[in-house]
Ligand binder design. Structure first.
Ligand SMILES: [Zn+2]
Length: 345
């Protein structure tokens, strides 16, 4: 009922807008108009109301040169404050954010990251498994790495789980590096050192994945002291990356997106319940209008938002849409959102 009411209000505003725009376009202006031969009137007339009623051009007014995406694996929105993730909080203050974005079902790492980069629900990208299985190939569809790489921008993907190799084809990443933190032995600094190297090399799209909070959650429970400690530590790494960007001259013109792949409850995740499904989604940088987003954001809106920001083509088969509200643009009132067959609980 509320939805219908809002739609009717919007429809009436739209109709009023059309009427007033048409009326103003037909009102004679005071400025002198030189006589126009009658024969030319017909083709000229339509252009005036067209301009007056045209929807705002959805073209970013300021340049966004590159995009930096960070995913904190298993980060529930309520962990940000609890873990005192100061750098994420600072990006929320300078950017647009929502603490009620939704991931996909199943709410697990590989399908969710695949949805993030492909802009589609798991039914389309089909990467519904959650292990590294080389013969399974790659998530289907045109993803944001494909598009960015195709226009000659440098792309890099640094992850903490090898299975994330499945989210995009090797040919679309100029650099792919992973550290499997689930191994007994791992070099904790490697994700950091690889990422710093990639920042300094320059990039059009750089995506970094921190597995640590998820690993701690499975071992010690979600929102445990250990998990919050892991998130806090990786937030410091994010701060380091931002400093490196500033020092190397790659901060201005960079759109930064911070999000997660799923939340968790007890020592697990994967269900269609709010604790597992609800994720933070933060965007900060040029053109972004700061504040809390009213738009219902889905994880698969990330790829379209990146495409929009970089001026790349929005794919017709994407399930997601750019988060226009973050750019101060109107929200599409007819947007449905949500993956088919998935009812939020
Ligand atoms: Zn995960």
């Amino acid at each position: 009922m509320l939805y219908k009411l809002r739609y009717l209000v919007l429809l009436s505003i739209f109709i009023q807008g059309c009427v007033s725009a048409s009326a103003s376009s037909l009102t004679p202006t005071a400025s002198p108009v030189p006589p126009i031969p009658t024969a030319t009137l017909t083709p000229i007339q339509p252009s005036v109301p067209d301009e007056a009623t045209a929807t705002p051009a959805l073209i970013p007014p300021q340049p966004i040169s590159r995009v930096f995406i960070v995913t904190f694996d298993g980060l529930r929105p309520d962990a940000i404050e609890a873990a005192e993730m100061e750098n994420v909080i600072a990006l929320m203050q300078t950017g647009a954010y929502t603490m009620r974005a939704q991931t996909v079902v199943p709410s697990i790492t590989l399908p969710a990251h695949a949805s993030l980069v492909t802009g589609t629900c798991p039914a389309k990208h089909i990467a519904r498994w959650n292990e590294y299985v080389p013969q399974n190939g790659y998530a289907l569809g045109t993803d944001i790495f494909d598009l960015t790489h195709a226009v000659g921008l440098r792309t890099a993907l640094v992850v903490g789980k090898e299975k994330l190799r499945h989210i995009t084809e090797p040919g679309s990443t100029d650099f792919f590096g992973f550290v499997d933190n689930t191994d007994e032995e791992f070099d904790e600094t490697t994700i950091e050192s690889m990422t710093i190297e990639q920042i300094r090399a320059g990039f059009g799209l750089l995506m970094v994945h921190f597995p640590d909070g998820d690993v701690a959650g499975h071992q010690y429970d979600w929102m445990s002291k250990q998990q919050l400690g892991a998130f806090h530590k990786k937030d410091e790494s994010l701060g380091l990356f931002l400093r490196v960007m500033k020092d190397s001259g790659f901060y201005d013109g960079t759109l930064i997106i911070v999000t997660s792949d799923h939340g968790g409850h007890n020592s697990d995740h994967g269900l269609n319940i709010p604790e597992d499904m609800t994720i933070p989604w933060v965007v900060s940088g040029p053109q972004i209008v700061p504040g809390e987003l009213q738009t219902q954001v889905y994880i698969y809106d990330t790829a379209p938002t990146v495409a929009f920001a970089l001026g790349l083509p929005i794919q017709a088969d994407w399930d997601g849409a750019p988060v226009y509200e973050a750019f101060g643009l109107p929200v599409d009132p007819l947007r449905q959102g949500g993956c088919p067959g998935v009812t939020p609980r």
